[in-house]
Design a protein around this ligand. Structure first.
Ligand code: ZN
Length: 124
């Protein structure tokens, strides 16, 4: 174990107590978010060079953040908004007409006709 590992383990005791073995969990998110001083981040990067465990964790978190960033990009929510707006503009009208005919033998025939029309209103 390197000195960095020890220091990181010390500061991330809360995480390790809950069962996590990530020894660089403290500060990793902040580092990726650019909230840590440059030299601290560089020190962490140097540490990941010879600590595969932390390198994995770094990469895992980096990808996770990238994924979150991508899915939170403007495009997705506005696509969703457009879909919702489309759905709200589409109205379904069902017309039902019933006619009853009395046959010569006295029986009645009831015909129910229903027509469903989907209409899309113009954008607001
Ligand atoms: Zn490490």
């Amino acid at each position: 174990m390197t000195q960095n590992d020890r220091a990181m383990r010390e500061t991330s005791r809360r995480e390790t107590a809950t069962g996590s073995t990530r020894d660089m969990s403290f500060g990793l998110e902040e580092a990726l978010d650019g909230e840590l001083p440059r030299e601290t981040v560089e020190r962490m990067r140097r540490h990941t060079d010879d600590c595969p465990e932390c390198a994995d964790e770094w990469e895992r978190l980096r990808r996770l953040k990238e994924l979150v960033r991508r899915s939170c990009a403007d495009r997705a929510p506005s696509d969703l908004r457009a879909r919702i707006a489309d759905t709200c503009r589409t109205i379904t009208v069902t017309t039902t007409s019933t006619s009853t005919t009395t046959e010569a033998d006295g029986s009645t025939v009831r015909v129910t006709r229903s027509t469903t029309t989907r209409r899309t209103l113009p954008p607001a």
